[in-house]
Design a binder for this molecule. Structure first.
Ligand code: CP
Ligand code: NVA
Length: 329
């Protein structure tokens, strides 16, 4: 049994999902590949359709007209919070941002009861939470679609934005080589899921104790893509089309692990030397927030290969396509 990170869930602990009659967006590997492709293509059109318009104006098409979206946060957020809120409003919807600690959910009410109650008031629920089991229980009990806005285990909305970003800069991602350098965390997990669904290869480079979950590695390999584990970061980035990293300590990780993590991950910092080894055509991505000078240097983050702020913007467009898909189900 593989235990990730500091008290993270095991693959065996992963709750089973029920067959559901509606379009919940819970993870990339559990969403049909054709639907994912449709969402990326729709996101691109949604973005193009409102290019240059003031941000507070409505889209031409208003699939959320008359709809209310609840955005629940049990962890901090800047991008997810603002991009879902703005996206829903631009599509004609209304939103409410709820903090987990302020809700009865944070004071003993069950997730199942919370799901049933919220479903009587709102049309769509997005949740950022800790354990994946909370997300699954919410979806199993809600009668409206539920979106995963990050758990300790995955972050699918981020990777939809990353695919959109890559394809804007480099064309179809199928057949390309993505290199993940650092902690095999929740964002890395969703990249592995995307490799299988969108047909690109992925090399993970990082210390063995921070490898991604074997279940996710095997799942991607079973879909016919090449997933490599390479301990030497310089060998890993050879021929990369995209180099990605993330913070060395995630929100759910214990701060007491900080020094050990930093020592383990320092060789995997994305700096100018590593990007030089990757070659001039490789893009650089980071989901943000970043710790500049730790997992990536400012020279890379602000350099010509970086597309980090396009990624951040594309959260908005990708999530509009995700919300639209959820409500079509
Ligand atoms: N990338 C991302 O999810 O950012 P936030 O934590 O700010 O939402
Ligand atoms: N891996 C990070 C991603 C933040 C968007 C975390 O979970 O804290």
């Amino acid at each position: 049994m593989h235990i990730r990170g500091d008290g993270g869930q095991t693959a065996a602990d992963c709750p089973k999902t029920k067959d559901r009659p509606m379009n919940h967006f819970l993870d990339i590997h559990t969403t049909p590949a054709d639907d994912l492709r449709g969402m990326i293509d729709a996101a691109r059109k949604i973005k193009e359709a409102r290019a240059g318009r003031p941000k507070g104006t409505l889209d031409d098409d208003l699939p959320l007209d008359g709809r209310i979206v609840a955005l629940i946060f049990e962890k901090p957020s800047t991008r997810t919070r603002v991009s879902f809120d703005v996206g829903a409003r631009q599509m004609g919807g209304q939103t409410m941002v709820l903090s987990g600690t302020d809700m009865q959910l944070g004071h003993g009410e069950t997730i199942g009861d919370t799901a049933r109650v919220l479903s009587r008031y709102v049309d769509l629920i997005m949740i950022r939470t800790f354990d994946e089991a909370t997300l699954i229980e919410l979806a199993d009990n809600a009668t409206v679609p539920v979106i995963n806005g990050l758990t300790n285990r995955t972050h699918p909305c981020q990777i939809m934005a990353d695919i959109l970003t890559f394809e804007e800069h480099r064309g179809p991602i199928a057949g390309k080589k993505v290199v993940w350098s650092g902690d095999g965390n929740n964002v890395c997990a969703s990249f592995l899921h995307a490799a299988g669904q969108f047909g690109f290869d992925l090399t993970f480079t990082g210390p063995e104790t921070l490898d991604p979950e074997p279940l996710f590695v095997q799942g991607a390999r079973a879909k016919g893509v090449e997933i490599k584990i390479e301990r030497d970061p310089f060998r890993a980035v050879d021929g990369a089309d995209l180099v990605v990293t993330d913070t060395w300590l995630s929100m759910h990780d214990s701060q007491s692990a900080q020094e050990r993590r930093h020592n383990q991950l320092r060789p995997y910092q994305v700096n100018e030397h590593l990007m030089k080894a990757a070659g001039p055509d490789a893009l650089f991505m980071h989901c943000l927030p970043a710790h500049r000078g730790e997992e990536a240097t400012s020279a890379v983050m602000d350099g010509p290969q970086s597309v980090i702020f396009d990624e951040a913007e594309n959260r908005l467009h990708a999530q509009k396509a995700i919300m639209r898909w959820c409500l079509q189900g």
